[in-house]
Design a protein around this ligand. Structure first.
Ligand code: 2NE
Length: 280
């Protein structure tokens, strides 16, 4: 596949080819840990991929064979969250640095993105990096992939999607094991648990991931959009129902019945819905 660079970034690489966008966390020296700038850039790229009508599927991956992502960059972890400018952080009157979790919004953005997102995992998917793959719609893993949460070991936890979606994937007992014990799991173990979709040799990882993407690109984009929203409707509560409902409204706008309402308003007349069936 002939990837073309699709924007200049500091912490990520962003490519497009054949209807696929690829976001690569490019910090291999720290096992692709994300700092605030990394998340800000991933968010911009994801937004671009969503807006680009040529793009149907998005790959999220990490640079190099050693890691997909090792989670939040602990070197810029301040007293109350992660710091955009660690040399000169905002401070409370008491002197503590004021940070935040940039990934919170990014997780929501991934969930609401109407195009499938595929995690392409080589090496470690650990901590907040593991949560990123959990949040992807599909995961293709290389044989060297290693999965796990580390929060309770390093003084952190993700009780948001990091817990709830993981439970959906592997069941509550396993999800609690993963979080409470902080063990590492091989790609094969992850496959057995339903945590990933496929395991392939490292040298075939991209080829196989692209193959899955191409298969999805052959399918109806709107059907995929509705399915993604449907899968999340219950899990995401009102926000999930809102996405699905607005997608249904988008379809309704395409009908004569909805257009009669619009046209009547514009023509300043009473709408005539009499010819539309009251469906059983
Ligand atoms: C990922 C893992 C298991 C890899 O181990 P290994 O032995 O292959 O590599 P090594 O030597 O540990 O790491 C290579 C370099 O990358 C840095 C290391 O400090 C090391 O640097 P140097 O000694 O060469 O200078 N590095 C790796 N991960 C980093 C990280 N996350 N932040 C900063 N530097 C990192 C092993 O490296 C590991 O366990 N990493 C730490 C995993 C971790 O604690 N992640 C954060 C969890 S909390 C989180 O992600 C989070 C959240 O819970 C809620 C909201 C937002 C984020």
């Amino acid at each position: 596949i002939d990837w073309k660079e699709a924007g200049e970034f500091t912490d990520i690489k962003y490519h497009k080819a054949e209807g696929i966008a690829k976001i690569t966390i490019n910090r291999p020296e720290v096992r692709n840990a994300f700092r605030p700038l990394t998340v800000i850039e991933m968010s911009r790229a994801l937004d671009d991929a969503r807006e680009d009508a040529e793009i149907g599927v998005i790959i999220l991956t990490g640079e190099g064979p050693d890691a997909f992502c090792s989670g939040g960059d602990q070197r810029v972890r301040g007293d109350t969250g992660y710091l955009e400018d660690p040399e000169n952080p905002r401070r409370t009157p008491g002197g503590a640095s004021v940070g935040r979790f940039h990934v919170t919004d990014f997780h929501v953005q991934m969930r609401r993105c109407p195009k499938p997102i595929v995690a392409m995992v080589a090496g470690y998917a650990i901590g907040g990096g593991h949560v990123l793959h959990v949040l992807c719609d599909l995961t293709i893993a290389a044989e060297n992939a290693i999965f796990g949460q580390v929060g309770p070991r390093v003084g952190s936890f993700d009780g948001g999607y990091g817990a709830s979606v993981l439970t959906q994937l592997v069941g509550p007992k396993r999800a609690k094991e993963i979080w409470f014990l902080c063990r590492q799991y091989t790609a094969r173990e992850a496959l057995q648990m339903g945590l990933v979709n496929a395991v392939v040799p490292l040298e075939r990882l991209e080829e196989e991931t692209v193959r899955w993407c191409r298969e999805m690109l052959e399918k109806s984009p709107f059907a995929l959009r509705m399915l993604k929203a449907s899968f999340h409707a219950h899990e995401d509560g009102f926000a999930g129902i809102q996405q699905l409902a607005h997608d249904a409204n988008l379809l309704f706008y395409g009908t004569e019945e909805a257009q009669e309402g619009r046209d009547a308003f514009k023509e300043k007349r009473r709408p005539d819905f009499s010819k539309f069936p009251r469906r059983p």
